[in-house]
Design a protein around this ligand. Structure first.
Ligand SMILES: CCCCCCCC/C=C\CCCCCCCC(=O)N[C@@H](CO)[C@H](O)/C=C/CCCCCCCCCCCCC
Ligand SMILES: [Ca+2]
Ligand SMILES: [Zn+2]
Length: 268
């Protein structure tokens, strides 16, 4: 049991050379590159608090898990321990789970659930608990299973993209762009590691952390906008960008403006 805490007890090892800069930190750049999670997470909780006060404070939970993902990723890359790997990957799993439970539009639920969110939540929790146990069976495949969830997410956002809502579609384009870049980097780090080590540039996984940390704010903005359209009745949602709307690059966040008339929920 003590072995799960041991340095390098995980079967997974990333391209960056180990203990190059410190005897306590296995992969320094892969560890430090998680900093965006600790900046973006608290910032989004602060910026989205007015929305949370109107919708439900539960919408802060994905951002708390997002910060935990960063924290466990630091521990994993510092130690390359089995415990670090499992904490990292299970935090991602439960981040995905909370997003599905809170924001997945009921009109996309499987037909047998009859748009009943409580039954959908039970189904998602059952699946996530099962995957949590299965994660210990063959840990080496966990990251690939987590990445494969993107297939369902892309299917769902593609359905939404066809509806030509300009605000939502811009967020979708940005989400897919950042994610495609991040995934390409993640694959290159794993598949072509020998090449990167030969040219002394084995830091791609660090860039994966930075780009994937930017994916979530954009995907969350899509989910919140759709939540407003399908699940909320009397509020219009506005996208703003931190630090300034006028800047070309910024972090998207959603604010609420009360509508005078009852908008009524929309169907998918
Ligand atoms: C309807 C619900 C939709 C939920 C969408 C949630 C989108 C989540 C986006 C980002 C999650 C943050 C993941 C950060 C991982 C950082 C830690 C890390 O690097 N871990 C690695 C080990 O160090 C590990 O190998 C990584 C495993 C793969 C993680 C895959 C996360 C799923 C990403 C799905 C994004 C789909 C976006 C599609 C665009 C519309
Ligand atoms: Ca390594
Ligand atoms: Zn990582």
């Amino acid at each position: 049991m003590a072995s799960i805490f041991l340095y390098q007890s995980s079967e997974v090892d990333w391209c960056e050379s180990n203990f190059q800069h410190s005897s306590l930190v296995a992969e320094l750049y892969n560890t430090v590159s998680n900093v965006p999670f600790f900046i973006i997470g608290p910032l989004m909780i602060y910026l989205m608090h007015p929305y949370a006060q109107k919708r439900s404070l539960i919408v802060h939970l994905p951002w708390v898990l997002y910060i935990l993902v960063g924290l466990f990723s630091v521990y994993f890359h510092m130690t390359l321990s089995f415990l670090g790997q499992m904490l990292d990957e299970l935090a991602i799993l439960w981040l995905l789970t909370t997003c599905y439970c809170i924001w997945f539009p009921s009109c996309y639920f499987p037909a047998f659930l009859k748009k009943d969110r409580s039954q959908f939540i039970c189904l998602v929790l059952l699946i996530s608990i099962t995957i949590t146990f299965l994660a210990f069976v063959k840990p080496i495949v966990n990251a690939y299973v987590l990445n494969s969830t993107a297939l369902h997410i892309c299917y769902f956002v593609r359905m939404e993209y066809k509806k030509k809502n300009a605000q939502v579609n811009h967020m979708i384009v940005m989400s897919v762009t950042w994610w495609s870049l991040a995934l390409s980097i993640w694959i290159c780090d794993r598949v072509f590691c020998t090449f990167w080590q030969q040219i002394n540039f084995a830091y791609l996984h660090s860039f994966w952390h930075i780009f994937i940390s930017l994916v979530f704010p954009y995907v969350a903005a899509v989910l919140v906008l759709l939540d407003g359209q399908y699940e909320m009745q009397d509020n219009s949602l506005e996208i703003h960008y931190w630090p300034r709307d006028e800047w070309l690059v910024g972090l998207p966040y959603v604010t609420l403006k009360d509508k005078k008339v009852n908008s009524g929920g929309k169907n998918c």
